[in-house]
Design a protein around this ligand. Structure first.
Ligand code: HOZ
Length: 428
């Protein structure tokens, strides 16, 4: 494969953009080689600047659940664009979006739109602090909630990939208010609550983790958190930026039937355009300005193009619930096929799958938290990644990210991925 145009672009990008990329994981540092510069995408496929075709198994880290450039989203954005890209004033679409989210996501009675998942999580903890009058939050090691200061403590995603889960630049004052516990451990949470009586405002987590690879909540874990939060008047926040509208229409909270007090959303509710949202119980959301005292604002919040794209996608998902059966079944075919190949190759592995998200960890340990995720052999993953890439399959460029499958994938494409995987496993 010829990557010369991407190589030239990366050299130039490095002169003007830190690391040549606008989000660290994209730099391919964890897997080696040169990041690809993408020119266009359609359905299940990405095309780079050199004209190479790839089966996309990232799907913009989740939101392209219907595949790329889906006609319903394109039409909605084109129509909205003709009426101006931004007003900085309320619109009917925002009301429709809010009503739609409240009718679908079980925990959300009121919702505020923002511009990214990072904004959503930063805002959610501010509201939780204002509501409870407490300062501390608990996050899980290896969970990633965007790049807000309070979350860059034991963070996942790029922070974990690059070995800097605690970022310089976060003040000691901020860091001391973020307490961390192992994912899937209720005793760890109980201990922290005991040691910080009446000081914890919120517990925030990805109910199904995507940012240390896909990590599954063990039976009773989410329910146990719910009980502890009720008992100690702590706001339970599910970060469903990746899982919302993906693992089920109502997200992981619907799938596991555990209703948090607040939910953060992103990506998918913009149909691929930059969007985030936070919502929850009316009683908590009424702490947000201008009705309540906690301030949060944004000129581009509820942007008309993003609302149009998101509304078209969410309405489609609601009208076509079979999408979920289809993507889950495609994902299971991929996972089953890769699992067989791993057995045949005699390799140690853990394959974690929930619905249309999965991660292959090269480890003999069950991956249930940050410590076990770190046992995965990242070098082996890098070798697998590179062969897959050269065979035309675009995987997340890090062991600590999840694969997201779209509805545009079909049996023929699944066979293509499995053929590439068989070859890639020989190279690890
Ligand atoms: N943090 C994102 C996924 N976990 C990656 C964002 C990006 O590089 O686009």
């Amino acid at each position: 494969m010829d990557f010369s145009k991407s190589k030239t672009l990366f050299r130039k990008a490095n002169q003007f953009i830190p690391g040549g990329v606008n989000s660290p994981v994209r730099a391919f540092s964890a897997v080696g080689g040169n990041p690809l510069f993408i020119k266009r995408a359609k359905g299940a496929f990405l095309y780079d600047e050199d004209g190479n075709e790839f089966v996309d198994l990232i799907n913009s880290w989740g939101p392209m659940i219907l595949g790329h450039a889906h006609p319903i989203v394109e039409e909605a954005v084109t129509e909205a664009l003709a009426t101006s890209a931004s007003f900085g004033a309320p619109t009917a679409r925002e009301v429709e979006m809010a009503e739609l989210i409240c009718s679908i996501v079980p925990s959300v009675e009121k919702v505020r739109m923002v511009n990214s998942g990072t904004e959503a999580t930063m805002s959610a903890i501010r509201i939780a602090r204002g509501y409870t009058g407490r300062d501390k939050i608990i996050k899980m090691e290896g969970c990633y909630h965007g790049h807000g200061d309070s979350f860059l403590i034991a963070a996942g995603s790029g922070a974990l990939t690059f070995g800097s889960p605690d970022s310089p630049g976060v003040t000691k004052g901020t860091a001391k208010d973020t307490l961390t516990a192992a994912f899937n451990s209720l005793p760890a949470i109980e201990k922290i609550i005991e040691e910080n009586k009446d000081q914890i405002a919120a517990i925030i987590l990805e109910p199904v983790v995507g940012n240390m690879g896909c990590v599954i909540p063990q039976p009773g874990y989410l329910q146990g958190l719910r009980k502890l939060c009720d008992k100690h008047r702590i706001v339970l926040i599910f970060d469903e930026v990746m899982t919302g509208f993906r693992l089920a229409l109502g997200g992981a909270q619907e799938l596991y039937d555990v209703i948090p007090d607040m939910t953060t959303l992103g990506k998918i509710i913009g149909g691929g355009l930059p969007v985030g949202a936070y919502g929850g119980k009316k009683e908590i959301m009424d702490f947000v300005s201008p009705v309540g005292p906690v301030y949060q604002a944004g000129t581009l919040s509820g942007n008309p193009l993003a609302m149009a794209a998101g509304l078209s996608m969410l309405r489609y998902l609601r009208q076509n619930p079979s999408v979920y059966d289809e993507i889950n079944s495609s994902t299971s075919s991929l996972v089953d096929g890769i699992q067989q190949q791993l057995h045949q190759a005699g390799l140690n592995f853990t394959l974690n799958q929930v619905g249309s998200m999965f991660t292959l960890f090269f480890t003999d340990k069950e991956v249930v938290d940050y410590v076990t995720a770190k046992t995965a052999d990242a070098k082996r993953f890098a070798a697998y990644f590179q062969t897959m890439l050269h065979e035309g399959i675009y995987l997340p460029p890090s062991q600590y990210e999840a694969i997201f499958v779209s509805a545009a994938i079909n049996d023929q494409i699944i066979d293509r991925v499995l053929t590439a995987s068989k070859k890639a496993l020989k190279s690890v």
